[in-house]
Each structure stands twice: as structure tokens, then as C-alpha cells.
Design a protein around this ligand. Structure first.
Ligand code: HEC
Length: 422
């Protein structure tokens, strides 16, 4: 039962023992043999089977490898990289306010963090498996044994390497013999590794040099000018069967040969106002701001204006129009606590004794226009408030202004005593 493998092609190389290889016909014998070798204390040995064998790890005494820790490290590195990258770019290097979210908005960062965690975990798992197993290996001394080929077919093997500190020419062999193998062989390996043929080095060097050509071409393209037409790789994307705007159509479907069709009569484009009038623009026919009201002014309109002002304007400008609404006060708090930046205070609609710009120098039409289209940092409310309601608000703003700096003559006589505190 004891054939020593005599390599068929010994060439001029010296041979030494790589190890002993025992062959078994079934899984149970393999497991028993493994338990014996494990209990004898060997470390450089292996079991070979055509398929995964349950319980072989225990039988071989294989401890968990370091791989999970490497993958954990890779994953954490990915997580940290994603987090720091987003934190640095979003919150530090170029602070960019998005929808009023905090600068450090972690929920928005989760997809990138997740992706990088998975990516680096997978890459480190893949590379570590190769490195830890010394792969890829194109050659292994065990392949010198003809018999060993059946390790991928129907036989099971245990191999103990001569490099194991416990390896002993006779003791190791008798240990394996005591496991009742179907065959026991000595595996030889060459003492010297054959050299790679010199041509491989040349081809390798040449291939490395060739990889620089695309880089050099890209680099050159950044500076050089050329009259040659560009290379078209995807033809049907560069030349699509389509017409561009404002061009002549070659096909005869349309008598006027325009690629674009004319508007259907009566079309109103977004932003167009076919019935522009002082009521909707705040301007007269000459284009000047009007300073009256283009609709009937009555108590009903005033009441409507008060209500609409409370809904649309008071949050910022305050119920009295002085510019200290709840939004403004909250913003001032955040500013004071250094939690916000870039805030423009809502204007005081009533002004002060000296500053009468909005009170006296701004025509009704211009106030109306400010509500419609906004001004500077204030957005327009034209899309939300109907023209009639906008005029109602203008009317109410006028009332607020008047109430703030009430001319003496305006105060009803019966209230004068009350005001004077009598
Ligand atoms: C979200 C807060 C906010 C709301 C709501 C708001 N405003 Fe303003 N408004 C401002 C701010 C801020 C300014 C100052 C804009 C600037 O100068 O950059 C301003 C300025 C103004 C001005 C002065 C424009 C000028 O000529 O200087 C008027 C008038 C005005 N708002 C009217 C209104 C009216 C009427 C409403 C309700 C329909 C309203 N605003 C709703 C924030 C607001």
C-alpha cells in the first residue's frame, strides 16, 4: 500500500519531501483521520474533499479566522469615510443649506454611508480571502501525485506537510497508517522553483508600457488642438432622427416647413396675462403704479384684508406689521444661539416717524406688486393669493400704517379723552 510518488519528469532538479498524503474512500474515515491528526497536535496539514463536509472544521480543530475582523475593519472604514466626506463637504468646506435642514443632516447621508460600508466590506472580504489563502496559486506540490486528482471526484485525502514542526519521517507515517487509509503516499516537491521564461518578463514590461498610451493621449488632448472630426463611437446617439427648435423641416408633412408648430389660437402661456389690467398688475395703461384701488373699497374688503394679512403676512411681518412676527422672532433666537445664518429681517410695513417710505412714498400698485412678485429675499404670493385678496391686503396694510401714526384730526372726539388717559 505504500507507493512513493516518483515524479515522472525529474529533469535536473533536486527533490525533497513535501509531505505525506493519505487517501480515504468515504467521509467517515476522513473525519476520523482528521480527529487523530488534530489530537496529535499537527498544525500544517489539510483535508481534501470533492464537496463540503459538515463537521470537518471541528474534526480538524479549525479556529475562526481573522477574516470577520478584517471585514469589520473594512466596513467601518467605509462608514467613516462616507460620514467624514459628507460632513466635511456639506457642513464645513462648503456649507450649503438644503431645505432648511441642519448642516449635519445624518438621515440624508445614510444611502452613501450604507453603500460605502457594503463596498469596502465586500472588497476587503474578497481580497483578504485571496491573500490569507495565498491565492491565486497556479501550482501546488500535491498536484505531482497522480492519485490526488481524484480529490475533485470521489476520494478524500489528508495531507501533512514536512514543514510541520511535529513532522517525523516514521512517526507521522505510522500515525497516518493507523487511520487505515486506502493508500498512503509521499508527496515530493522540487527544491528549486523553475524560473519564469525570460519572454514573460519582456511581454510584461511591454504590456505595462502600453498601458501608458491611453493616459498619454488623454493628457495630450487636454492641451492640443485638432481639426480632425471627432470620433463617433455611438452613431445613433450622435445623429438622432430628430429636429431641433427653430429649424427648417425637410420632410413635407407641414406645408410651412417649420419644425415647431405654431401656438393654437387662444393658448395662454404660463405667466402671460391676457386680460392685464390695473386690477392684476397694479399699473395703469402708461405703466405707472396706480395709487388708488381698482375695486370697490368697503368694510367687507377691509375685513377680508385683515383676515388674509393674518394668514399670509403676519407670521413674518407681525400682526401690527412692524416686522416682528413669530417667524422673525424665532429666526432672531436661532441667530443669537449661532444656530442659523443668512437671515434678512422682514421689513417693517409701518416704518418709523422718520422712515415713511412704505407709508407715503410707495404707491398702492407697488405694494400690490410686492405681494404678487415678492421683493429681494421675500418670495411672491401671486400664486397663492387672488388679485382681489391682494388688494384687500394692501388696503389693510394702509390701515395699519394709518393706525400707527394717526393724525390728530383722525381721532374721533369721543375717543380723544381716552387716548389722553383721562
Ligand atoms: C416668510 C416671511 C415673509 C412673509 C410671509 C411675508 N414677507 Fe414681506 N418681507 C419679508 C422680508 C424678509 C422682507 C425684506 C426683504 C428684503 O429687503 O430683502 C419683506 C419685505 C416686504 C415689503 C417691503 C418691500 C420694500 O419695498 O422694501 C413689503 C411691502 C412686504 N414685505 C409685504 C408683505 C405682505 C403684504 C405680505 C403678506 C402677503 C408679506 N410681506 C409676507 C418676509 C416676509
Amino acid at each position: 500500500m505504500n507507493h512513493d510518488a516518483t515524479p515522472s519528469n525529474t529533469r535536473s532538479h533536486d527533490w525533497k519531501v513535501h509531505g505525506y498524503v493519505a487517501e480515504y474512500g468515504d467521509v467517515d474515515s476522513l473525519i476520523h483521520a482528521c480527529e487523530k491528526v488534530r489530537d496529535a497536535g499537527y498544525t500544517k496539514w489539510d483535508a481534501h474533499s470533492p464537496f463540503p463536509v459538515h463537521g470537518i472544521d471541528d474534526a480538524m480543530g479549525i479556529k475562526p479566522t481573522i477574516l470577520p475582523w478584517i471585514v469589520l475593519g473594512g466596513g467601518l472604514t467605509g462608514l467613516l469615510t462616507a460620514f467624514v466626506l459628507q460632513w466635511w463637504t456639506n457642513a464645513i468646506d462648503y456649507p450649503f443649506l438644503i431645505s432648511g435642514k441642519p448642516m449635519m443632516s445624518i438621515p440624508a447621508w445614510i444611502p452613501v454611508c450604507f453603500e460605502l460600508t457594503v463596498l469596502l466590506s465586500a472588497i476587503s472580504a474578497f481580497l483578504s480571502v485571496l491573500v490569507l489563502n495565498v491565492l491565486p496559486a497556479l501550482y501546488h506540490p500535491l498536484f505531482n501525485l497522480e492519485r490526488f486528482k481524484r480529490a475533485t471526484d470521489d476520494k478524500f485525502f489528508v495531507s501533512i506537510e514536512a514543514a510541520d514542526p511535529l513532522f517525523h519521517e516514521t512517526n507521522t507515517k505510522s500515525l497516518l497508517a493507523s487511520t487505515h487509509p486506502a493508500a498512503l503516499e509521499t508527496c515530493m516537491e522540487e527544491t528549486k522553483q523553475a524560473k519564469l521564461p525570460i519572454a514573460f518578463h519582456y511581454v510584461g514590461a511591454l504590456a505595462t508600457l502600453l498601458t501608458f498610451i491611453p493616459l498619454a493621449l488623454i493628457y495630450k488632448a487636454r492641451f492640443a488642438k485638432s481639426d480632425a472630426p471627432r470620433v463617433h463611437i455611438v452613431w445613433d446617439m450622435d445623429w438622432q432622427p430628430k429636429y431641433k427648435t427653430q429649424k427648417q423641416a425637410k420632410f413635407t408633412g407641414f406645408a410651412d416647413h417649420r419644425t415647431m408648430r405654431q401656438q393654437i389660437p387662444g393658448t395662454v402661456a404660463w405667466g402671460d396675462d391676457p386680460d392685464a389690467s390695473p386690477l392684476t398688475t397694479g399699473k395703469d395703461a402708461a405703466g405707472n403704479w396706480i395709487n388708488n384701488f381698482p375695486l370697490q373699497v368697503d368694510a367687507q374688503l377691509m375685513a377680508r384684508g385683515e383676515e388674509r394679512f393674518g394668514i399670509y403676512c403676519a407670521p413674518c411681518h407681525g400682526l401690527d406689521g412692524a416686522g416682528t412676527g413669530t417667524v422673525a422672532r424665532r429666526a432672531e433666537q436661532l441667530l443669537a444661539a449661532n444656530k442659523a445664518q443668512g437671515w434678512t429681517r422682514p421689513a417693517s410695513l409701518v416704518g418709523t416717524l422718520e422712515d415713511a417710505r412704505l407709508r407715503r412714498d410707495t404707491p398702492n400698485g407697488e405694494l400690490f406688486n410686492t405681494i404678487t412678485n415678492g421683493k429681494n429675499t421675500m418670495q411672491g404670493y401671486g400664486g397663492q393669493i387672488t388679485p382681489k385678496d391682494r388688494w384687500a391686503i394692501v388696503l389693510y396694510v394702509r390701515a395699519l400704517q394709518r393706525a400707527k401714526f394717526l393724525p390728530d384730526a383722525d381721532v374721533p372726539p369721543e375717543l380723544k379723552d381716552k387716548l389722553a388717559g383721562k
